[in-house]
Design a protein around this ligand. Structure first.
Ligand code: NI
Length: 178
């Protein structure tokens, strides 16, 4: 019998149970079967957020700047604030599907995500000024929604937008199931 693949948050190599505030531990990870049924409430509230660049400038069209955004998300995971399920960095926006750990607030996480990545992108490009447009769109994933379907929708963005014919040809995405 083939063992089912363990699904893991993108930015972490292991999981250590429920978070305790200040410990930096990630939330408990739901089993993949539970994810397919949308039962992930144990993992903390899940969000799909969309954030766009200032005036929709294609600041992340460059692989190096795009990777800066990716590294920021991984950093927040490693710090124990988030568990990333899927993301895609598009030239002028970000889709990020993640669970928020108990001690983190969405506002703080988004402030950090945009702040860290914005500073790094400006440094790389030798520019100043806003990298991100103010605010973001957030969608709290409801219990009955299928996280796996949402993840597929998120990572299919580059193909839908006509940037690449196959997702394999796009670099700036990941999903914990794929
Ligand atoms: Ni999009």
């Amino acid at each position: 019998m083939i063992k089912p693949l363990q699904s893991r948050p993108v930015g972490r190599s292991h999981n250590t149970g429920r978070p305790s505030c200040g410990s930096g531990l990630p939330a408990a990870m739901p089993r993949s079967g539970d994810l397919r049924k949308g039962r992930f409430s144990e993992a903390g509230r899940a969000y799909h957020i969309t954030a766009v660049t200032n005036e929709r400038q294609p600041l992340f069209a460059d692989l190096l700047t795009g990777r800066t955004v990716v590294r920021t998300l991984m950093y927040l995971d490693k710090q124990g604030h988030t568990n990333t399920w899927a993301f895609v960095v598009m030239p002028d926006h970000l889709h990020w599907l993640f669970s928020l750990n108990d001690c983190a607030t969405l506002a703080k996480v988004m402030h950090a995500a945009k702040g860290y990545s914005g500073l790094s992108v400006n440094k790389l490009l030798g520019r100043t000024g806003a990298v991100w447009q103010g605010g973001y769109h957030d969608h709290a994933v409801r219990g009955e929604e299928d996280l796996l379907e949402l993840a597929r929708y998120v990572v299919a963005n580059p193909v839908r937008a006509g940037l690449v014919a196959r997702l394999a040809d796009y670099s700036l995405w990941d999903a914990s199931w794929l």
